[in-house]
Write a protein that binds this ligand. Structure first.
Ligand code: HEC
Length: 110
């Protein structure tokens, strides 16, 4: 195989092998649809709605250290203070994925 084809094939393989990571400031569809209105795409809660409802800064790693995944699952499922419940809108698996996404917000800023 000519050299350029080999290189093209290799970089194609690299794209396929890459994990489906969400790019730096890009959130998943569910996050954008259900969470960004208050928490913002960056998770900091600096949206109009977020300020009104006092949404917390989800990127705060120190705060994240103080709570476990089960608590986040419960807050998303049942709601928490002024945050609504999402048990009718999201499946358990979708909520699990959002917990991982919330966790990734803290890692980025620390
Ligand atoms: C209507 C606005 C609103 C929406 C929409 C919203 N939140 Fe919240 N969220 C809040 C507020 C307000 C708090 C602060 C409550 C508190 O003090 O913990 C909060 C807190 C949280 C917490 C911390 C809960 C805890 O146990 O301490 C997490 C995690 C969270 N939100 C994730 C999400 C995710 C994921 C979504 C989308 C499925 C979402 N939120 C949608 C308003 C919202």
């Amino acid at each position: 195989m000519p050299r350029t084809n080999a290189i093209a094939a290799l970089s194609f393989a690299a794209v396929l092998a890459a994990p489906p990571l969400v790019a730096a400031d890009e959130r998943s569809e569910n996050f954008q649809m259900f969470c960004s209105v208050c928490h913002g795409d960056n998770g900091k809660g600096q949206t109009e709605e977020g300020r009104k409802k006092k949404a917390r800064d989800l990127t705060n790693a120190k705060w994240q250290d103080t709570i476990d995944d089960a608590r986040i699952v419960r807050s998303i499922t049942k709601g928490h203070e002024k945050m609504p419940s999402f048990e009718k809108k999201l499946s358990a698996d979708e909520i699990k994925a959002l917990v991982a996404e919330v966790r990734s917000l803290a890692k980025k800023s620390s």
